[in-house]
Design a protein around this ligand. Sequence first.
Ligand SMILES: [Cu+2]
Length: 145
Amino acid sequence: MRKIPIVVLLLCVSACADQGNSDIDVQNAWIAEIPPVISVTAALMTLRNNGDRPRYLIAASSPKAEKIEIHKSFVVDDLARMQQQSEVEIPAHGSVVFGSETGYHLMFYGTEPLTAGQKIPVTLEFRDGSERSVVYEVRDRRSAN
Ligand SMILES: [Cu+2]
Protein backbone atom coordinates (compact mmCIF):
# COMPACT_ATOMS: atom_id res chain seq x y z
CA MET A 1 0.00 0.00 0.00
CA ARG A 2 2.78 2.38 0.86
CA LYS A 3 4.35 2.28 -2.60
CA ILE A 4 1.35 3.54 -4.52
CA PRO A 5 1.51 7.21 -3.51
CA ILE A 6 5.23 7.31 -4.32
CA VAL A 7 4.69 5.99 -7.81
CA VAL A 8 1.88 8.45 -8.42
CA LEU A 9 4.08 11.27 -7.17
CA LEU A 10 6.95 10.27 -9.46
CA LEU A 11 4.63 10.09 -12.44
CA CYS A 12 3.35 13.55 -11.63
CA VAL A 13 6.83 14.98 -11.21
CA SER A 14 8.04 13.67 -14.55
CA ALA A 15 4.87 14.78 -16.30
CA CYS A 16 4.86 18.23 -14.73
CA ALA A 17 8.54 18.86 -15.40
CA ASP A 18 7.76 18.40 -19.03
CA GLN A 19 5.12 21.04 -19.41
CA GLY A 20 5.40 23.26 -22.44
CA ASN A 21 7.46 20.68 -24.22
CA SER A 22 5.30 17.59 -23.90
CA ASP A 23 5.33 17.03 -27.66
CA ILE A 24 8.72 15.37 -27.43
CA ASP A 25 9.12 11.90 -25.96
CA VAL A 26 12.60 10.61 -25.27
CA GLN A 27 12.94 6.85 -25.13
CA ASN A 28 15.78 4.44 -24.44
CA ALA A 29 18.29 7.19 -23.62
CA TRP A 30 21.69 5.76 -22.79
CA ILE A 31 25.40 6.53 -22.90
CA ALA A 32 28.21 4.08 -23.58
CA GLU A 33 30.37 3.35 -20.56
CA ILE A 34 33.96 4.63 -20.88
CA PRO A 35 37.17 3.60 -19.13
CA PRO A 36 39.30 6.21 -17.29
CA VAL A 37 41.78 6.72 -20.16
CA ILE A 38 39.09 7.88 -22.59
CA SER A 39 37.09 11.09 -22.35
CA VAL A 40 34.90 10.76 -25.43
CA THR A 41 31.72 8.76 -25.67
CA ALA A 42 28.39 8.69 -27.46
CA ALA A 43 24.78 8.89 -26.29
CA LEU A 44 21.86 7.32 -28.08
CA MET A 45 18.09 7.61 -27.80
CA THR A 46 14.88 7.82 -29.75
CA LEU A 47 13.19 11.20 -30.07
CA ARG A 48 9.47 11.06 -30.78
CA ASN A 49 7.53 14.16 -31.80
CA ASN A 50 3.83 13.94 -30.93
CA GLY A 51 3.16 17.47 -32.12
CA ASP A 52 1.76 18.86 -35.36
CA ARG A 53 4.94 20.72 -36.27
CA PRO A 54 8.44 19.46 -36.97
CA ARG A 55 10.95 20.09 -34.18
CA TYR A 56 14.66 20.58 -34.57
CA LEU A 57 17.26 19.42 -32.08
CA ILE A 58 20.07 21.98 -32.22
CA ALA A 59 22.20 21.40 -29.12
CA ALA A 60 22.74 19.39 -25.97
CA SER A 61 24.62 20.02 -22.75
CA SER A 62 25.42 18.21 -19.51
CA PRO A 63 27.27 19.05 -16.29
CA LYS A 64 29.18 15.79 -16.92
CA ALA A 65 30.66 16.82 -20.28
CA GLU A 66 32.73 19.81 -21.39
CA LYS A 67 30.99 19.78 -24.75
CA ILE A 68 28.33 17.78 -26.57
CA GLU A 69 27.99 17.77 -30.34
CA ILE A 70 25.29 16.30 -32.56
CA HIS A 71 26.94 13.85 -34.96
CA LYS A 72 26.02 11.60 -37.82
CA SER A 73 28.30 8.75 -38.72
CA PHE A 74 28.54 7.22 -42.14
CA VAL A 75 30.86 5.04 -44.14
CA VAL A 76 33.07 6.41 -46.92
CA ASP A 77 35.35 4.04 -48.80
CA ASP A 78 34.91 1.46 -46.02
CA LEU A 79 35.99 3.98 -43.40
CA ALA A 80 33.62 5.06 -40.65
CA ARG A 81 33.44 8.81 -40.35
CA MET A 82 31.29 11.24 -38.48
CA GLN A 83 30.17 14.72 -39.19
CA GLN A 84 28.78 17.38 -36.88
CA GLN A 85 25.15 18.28 -37.56
CA SER A 86 23.80 21.77 -36.94
CA GLU A 87 20.33 20.35 -36.36
CA VAL A 88 18.28 17.18 -36.61
CA GLU A 89 14.66 17.34 -37.68
CA ILE A 90 12.11 15.32 -35.77
CA PRO A 91 9.12 15.25 -38.15
CA ALA A 92 5.60 15.98 -36.91
CA HIS A 93 4.12 12.76 -35.53
CA GLY A 94 7.37 11.01 -36.34
CA SER A 95 10.49 9.87 -34.60
CA VAL A 96 14.22 9.84 -35.12
CA VAL A 97 16.40 7.06 -33.79
CA PHE A 98 19.83 8.07 -32.58
CA GLY A 99 21.58 4.77 -33.14
CA SER A 100 23.43 2.63 -35.62
CA GLU A 101 20.52 2.57 -38.09
CA THR A 102 20.73 6.31 -38.73
CA GLY A 103 24.23 7.10 -37.53
CA TYR A 104 22.95 9.95 -35.35
CA HIS A 105 24.49 10.22 -31.90
CA LEU A 106 25.34 12.80 -29.28
CA MET A 107 29.13 13.01 -28.98
CA PHE A 108 30.36 13.76 -25.48
CA TYR A 109 33.76 15.43 -25.09
CA GLY A 110 35.69 15.94 -21.87
CA THR A 111 33.65 13.41 -19.97
CA GLU A 112 34.82 11.98 -16.69
CA PRO A 113 34.94 8.17 -16.45
CA LEU A 114 31.44 6.74 -16.67
CA THR A 115 30.43 3.46 -15.09
CA ALA A 116 27.46 1.33 -16.08
CA GLY A 117 24.44 2.20 -13.97
CA GLN A 118 25.26 5.90 -13.55
CA LYS A 119 22.53 8.39 -14.46
CA ILE A 120 23.68 11.40 -16.46
CA PRO A 121 21.48 14.49 -16.82
CA VAL A 122 21.42 16.03 -20.29
CA THR A 123 19.53 19.07 -21.52
CA LEU A 124 18.32 18.93 -25.11
CA GLU A 125 17.79 22.25 -26.85
CA PHE A 126 15.40 22.81 -29.73
CA ARG A 127 15.35 25.49 -32.41
CA ASP A 128 12.12 26.99 -31.03
CA GLY A 129 13.95 27.81 -27.80
CA SER A 130 12.44 24.99 -25.77
CA GLU A 131 14.55 22.64 -23.69
CA ARG A 132 14.06 19.10 -22.51
CA SER A 133 15.84 17.52 -19.56
CA VAL A 134 16.61 13.85 -20.01
CA VAL A 135 18.41 11.37 -17.78
CA TYR A 136 20.69 9.03 -19.71
CA GLU A 137 21.68 5.71 -18.22
CA VAL A 138 25.29 4.62 -18.63
CA ARG A 139 25.47 1.11 -20.08
CA ASP A 140 28.15 -1.33 -21.02
CA ARG A 141 28.59 -0.89 -24.75
CA ARG A 142 28.49 -4.63 -25.45
CA SER A 143 25.35 -5.35 -23.48
CA ALA A 144 23.49 -2.35 -24.85
CA ASN A 145 22.92 -3.55 -28.40
CU1 LIG B 1 30.61 11.32 -33.09
